[in-house]
Design a protein around this ligand. Sequence first.
Ligand code: GRF
Length: 188
Amino acid sequence: KRIAIVASGSGSNAQKIMEYFKYHDQIEVALVLSNNPDAYVLQRADNFEVPTHVFDRHDFYETDEIIKLLEKLEIDLIVLAGFLWLVPANLLQKFPNKIVNIHPALLPAYGGKGMYGDRVHRAILAAKDEESGITIHFANEHFDEGEIIYQARFRIDPDDTLEIIKFKGQQLEHLHYPKIIENLLKKM
Ligand code: GRF
């Protein structure tokens, strides 16, 4: 089974996923896609000798270039990992329940347009919540709204800083995302 990862930024989740499947006998990361030619995730992919592809808005929303590439490479699952654009309808239709996303909060809380990166953690701190977590869910035509596959939680201590909350969430993401991906692919 073959995975394509789509990421806009650093790609620490992509890194963990590529590590996890590097010597896997049935699953491989076959492609890393990015809308950002400067994204560090592309460097990480090179380090794992995973092919990369950069696209722009026009390619993504006005052509079927990406769909053709995914089909050519026989991709079974599309993994969004810090990807900041909405997935277009034609891609969702071609890959029904085969596009997953990860979000650094307990959805439906702290999700939606504009809720990404440090903004999420700042909002959680401002609300003085006592717990937070991560959500892995299917992508749909809205930001952070598809069916939830898995959530993991952590405690927020009163003196936790933004960096600490972010770190706690990242640890959970890195631990669970590869395993959830593996489970989904095993069922396919
Ligand atoms: C993660 O926090 C993820 O939940 C969100 O974007 C971030 C990506 O981080 N969707 P990284 O690029 O994998 O380090």
